[in-house]
Design a protein. Structure first.
Length: 528
């Protein structure tokens, strides 16, 4: 239908009026608000976006990658903590501790089978404990004196030191079949969990299907598809569009928008057990002086970052153990934001301002490059703010975005960088993970940019060899205080994370993407 000039003149005021109304309504809405509820696909496949690429699916080969999100549904465990932290049976039906003999006795169920239809035996469990712990948590492997097998469904773990809490430390070891043939990546990865490996597309996608012969019964889900999506903003958009069902660690801004759809989503928020750190290359002359590193931290207003960049969803970090860690030094508080004190400290270290207000020492300007992961927007915003803080005291910092994998390769066991903005784990249920980052390996390399300090090495080594929890805690508390004083990096903050899941699936337990929480996703069922 076409309008004549006469009709156009007649309807023109009406058209303009409608346009103004539309614009007014749009202006009244939040700038980032979602005008329509998300789509609700009806297939029985749970879709799960993961921010890290999928590497090996062999649990003995990888520690931190997208693959670890897959393991709780592909493999089984001896036991898994419930919501209160109490261990509940999985492959194990019983476990008891003979304290005088320092020996744990574990009984296994007889009706569990791997995906290749072979039974799960005590030999498989021993193999898995040795393979995973030796490569991923060597400190725990060193705690085991011997693993004996009295029968196909019984293990005896004799420890070097008394440890009534040892089962809590090893529950997350995935149980793999002990096969003399091919490594797991040269064939189909085989577990005994609720889902079976179906296919993968390199680092981008992994597909699992329901295990028809699972010892706890076939899951209600037909399958789970994992997608590698490094950009949280894109994951959030996919969640709202119905293209994925699970989004991890969405931004506070997006959480505020999404929570208006409480009837469409499950939410879980918590303080992450790893912290953001501006890691310095302490082997470079620019950062070799601990006084300089402390001054850099004092120059950064970290509370401003938490309040304004994280929208209040986070906490300022003080040291490497992590806030609320049982190994955190209770007397340790974050260095205060004090630019004047930072300038005075820099002066004591030999750095003085030139006519342009730039810090100079022996004719060299204090200038360096900070590497930031290109996949995340929050870290880029933090880097730009840190740049302003340093500029205020006469330090020049260039910010360069690089792929996350490249950045890790530059500082992990390496010193091919000046400074990086990255994240390290704190010391919580398994402090060995934190220790691994700061303790040199056989080649004298550390994951923390090859940082070395003899007293730190002594304390962390003593913690690994400690005969009991109290001794381990004492050493780690001292290490927390010492590393905070040395400031190998500026300990910035720990985020409050927001995980979201579509309510098109019904959950029988509280939603969580912790390792036990992912394990319990096997109980999810398509909502009516």
């Amino acid at each position: 239908m076409f309008f004549s000039n006469h009709n156009m003149k007649k309807f023109f005021p009406l058209v303009i009026g409608l346009l103004i109304m539309v614009l007014a309504v749009a202006a009244c809405q939040k700038g980032d608000a979602v005008s329509q509820p998300p789509a609700q696909p009806r297939d029985n496949i749970l879709r799960f976006d993961v921010a890290a690429p999928f590497l090996s699916l062999d649990p003995s080969e990888v520690d931190v990658s997208g693959s670890t999100m897959i393991f709780p549904l592909l493999y089984s465990y001896l036991f898994v903590p419930d919501e209160q932290g109490r261990l509940q049976p999985d492959l194990a039906t019983s476990w008891s501790y003979d304290r005088p003999a320092r020996t744990w006795t574990i009984g296994l169920r007889a009706d569990a089978f791997f995906h290749d239809h072979q039974p799960v035996t005590a030999d498989d469990v021993r193999y898995s404990l040795q393979a995973v712990l030796a490569n991923i948590q060597p400190g725990l492997m060193e705690a085991i004196k011997e693993i004996a097998i009295p029968s196909d469904h019984t293990l005896n773990l004799c420890l070097n030191h008394d440890d009534p809490g040892f089962m809590q430390k090893i529950w997350s070891v995935e149980i793999m079949p002990h096969r003399p043939a091919e490594p797991v990546e040269s064939c189909l990865p085989v577990g005994s969990g609720p889902f079976v490996f179906a296919s993968r597309d390199g680092e981008r996608q992994v597909v699992l299907t329901a295990n028809e012969n699972y010892h706890a019964g076939r899951p209600a889900l037909d399958g789970v598809t994992f997608y590698y999506q490094p950009d949280p903003e894109k994951t959030w958009t996919r969640l709202l569009a119905g293209a994925t069902d699970i989004a991890r660690e969405i931004s506070p801004k997006n959480y505020e928008i999404t929570r208006q759809y409480q009837d469409r989503f499950y939410f879980h928020h918590y303080t992450l057990e790893y912290y953001a750190i501006l890691l310095y290359n302490t082997r470079a002359p620019l950062f070799a002086d601990a006084r300089v590193r402390r001054a850099l931290t004092q120059a950064i207003d970290r509370q401003h970052i938490v309040d304004n960049i994280l929208n209040g969803y986070g906490r300022v970090a003080a040291g490497p153990m992590g806030v609320d860690s049982p190994f955190h030094d209770p007397g340790l508080t974050p260095l205060a934001h004090d630019p004047q004190a930072a300038l005075e400290t820099m002066k004591q270290a030999g750095w003085t301002a030139n006519d342009h207000g730039v810090l100079v020492k022996d004719g060299r300007v204090f200038a360096f490059t900070l590497l930031v992961p290109e996949e995340t927007q929050v870290e880029k915003t933090v880097a730009r703010y840190v740049q302003l803080c340093f500029n205020d005291i006469g330090i020049r910092m260039d910010v360069q975005s690089r792929p996350y994998k490249e950045i890790v390769s530059r500082y992990s066991g390496n010193s091919d960088f000046q400074a990086v903005l990255t994240e390290f784990p704190g010391a919580y249920r398994q402090p060995e993970t934190m220790i691994k980052g700061w303790l040199p390996d056989e080649q004298e390399k550390t994951l923390a940019g090859n940082f070395h300090h003899p007293e730190v090495i002594r304390l962390l080594s003593q913690a690994i060899q400690a005969p009991d929890f109290a001794s381990e805690k004492a050493y780690l508390v001292q290490a927390d205080s010492l590393l905070a004083a040395l400031q190998p990096g500026s300990f910035l903050f720990q985020k409050t994370a927001f995980d979201v899941m579509s309510r098109r699936f019904f959950l029988s337990s509280p939603f969580s993407l912790s390792h036990p929480g992912i394990y319990r996703l096997q109980q999810a069922a398509l909502a009516p």
